[in-house]
Design a protein. Structure first.
Length: 94
């Protein structure tokens, strides 16, 4: 298992659609056992941190995100993440 950072870039002008479908989007994400943290960024996107076997498994589970079905997400970037530094290492058991 490793950590993976997902960067969502939201489509410009999709704010009303985001608002309408945010409850389903959040319910979907909350149901994912590998999600460790997530939230909206200040530049029309979001960051999600998953613990998973590989990036492909993260990409597969995100295909069911309601925001994707509603065309809110313009781009998804998934990167493996090693966290060698920082005060979160111990609380996260890293």
């Amino acid at each position: 298992m490793g950590l993976f950072v997902v960067r969502y870039d939201y489509r410009e002008g999709s704010e009303a659609t985001q608002d309408a479908h945010r409850p389903g989007h959040r319910d979907f994400l909350a149901s994912q056992p590998g999600l460790r943290a997530g939230g909206k960024t200040d530049d029309n996107g979001a960051i999600l941190i998953f613990e998973a076997d590989d990036a492909d498994s993260v990409a597969t589970l995100l295909q069911d995100d309601p925001f994707l079905a509603e065309d809110v997400i313009e781009a998804t970037h998934i990167s493996g993440w090693a966290m060698p530094l920082g005060s979160w290492r111990q609380p996260l058991g890293l």
